[in-house]
Every structure is written in structure tokens, then in C-alpha cells.
Design a protein around this ligand. Structure first.
Ligand SMILES: [Fe+2]
Ligand SMILES: [Fe+2]
Length: 169
């Protein structure tokens, strides 16, 4: 998990983005997660959705780094955050629907993990729009989310895709 190498500390106290480029596949274009670091699973359409999501998070990450350098575009950050969350809602809804349609037995466990993650994201979204807390958002985007996403795709989505690959592309 190369993205962990880039997190030499947390967002609040010690984030050295440029110093870690040699150790990672991340780049300025992919400040949060490189496409190569997204686990590949057995259903192509799910992979496509994951790549789209990482693209949106990288856009948000770039805006956050820019803000950290003193050039904050709070409106653009809010829009990028809203776009990411809308995409995540559609992403989770589709996976939930496919699991139900095709009778995937552990559906409730996977769907619950989606519900919890979306809950966290919506709280973050609300906090951002209330008080523009850059550290809270930056810490979540750079420190919390990449680990959650990789773990979720590697476990829940991976097993789900193995099952769904009998029915969908
Ligand atoms: Fe997924
Ligand atoms: Fe999922």
C-alpha cells in the first residue's frame, strides 16, 4: 500500500507531500491515491466506478493542498466535496442493488459498511459547509479515507465482485 508511505505524519502536523514523491506512485496529479493503487476486482464496471471516485478525491486533494499553501478556494472545495459524495451515493446504491438483485448472501454486511461510510462522509460535508475546517477535511481525505477505501475494495467489494461476475460485467 504505497499511499501509506506518503503519509509521514498526519495532515495537521507534518504533511510533506513533495518530499515523498520518490517513494510512491503518487504524483501532483494524484495527491491522495494513484490509480495503480486501486485494487482490481472481478467486475469491470465496479473498477470503473472506483477509478472515477479516486479521480474525484484527487481533485479535492489538490484543492486542499493548494488551500494549505494559503491559496484556498473554499467554493471549489465545497463543490468537489459535494461531487464526491454524490458519486459515492450512486456507487453504493448500485452495488447494493446488484447484490440484492442477484441474491448475494452477505448483502446486509456490505450494505451496512456502505451506510456507515456514507454517514461519516455526510457529517464531514456538513461540517465543511458550516465552518470550513480545512484540517478536519484534510485529515479525513489524506489519512482516513485512503485506508478505508483500500480495505473496503480489497475485502467487501472483492468478494462481492467474485460473486457478481457470474451475472454482470
Ligand atoms: Fe465499490
Ligand atoms: Fe462496496
Amino acid at each position: 500500500m504505497t499511499f501509506l508511505k506518503a503519509k509521514t505524519g498526519d495532515w495537521e502536523c507534518n504533511f510533506h507531500f513533495e518530499n515523498n514523491l520518490e517513494d510512491t506512485t503518487m504524483s501532483e496529479e494524484h495527491p491522495v491515491m494513484a490509480p495503480d493503487d486501486i485494487p482490481t476486482i472481478a467486475v469491470g464496471s465496479m473498477n470503473n466506478t472506483h477509478h472515477e471516485e479516486v479521480g474525484l478525491v484527487n481533485v479535492l486533494g489538490a484543492l486542499l493542498l493548494q488551500a494549505r499553501e494559503g491559496n484556498a478556494d473554499e467554493e471549489a472545495i465545497g463543490k468537489a466535496l459535494d461531487e464526491w459524495i454524490s458519486h459515492t451515493e450512486a456507487h453504493f446504491e448500485r452495488e447494493n442493488r446488484l447484490m440484492q438483485e442477484h441474491g448475494f448472501p452477505p448483502f446486509p454486511v456490505h450494505a451496512q459498511e456502505h451506510a456507515n461510510a456514507l454517514d461519516n462522509l455526510r457529517q464531514l460535508q456538513q461540517r465543511w459547509h458550516e465552518n470550513h475546517d480545512l484540517d478536519a477535511l484534510g485529515s479525513y481525505v489524506f489519512n482516513t479515507w485512503p485506508q478505508w477505501f483500500q480495505m473496503h475494495v480489497n475485502s467487501m467489494d472483492n468478494v462481492t465482485a467474485q460473486f457478481l461476475s457470474n451475472f454482470v460485467d
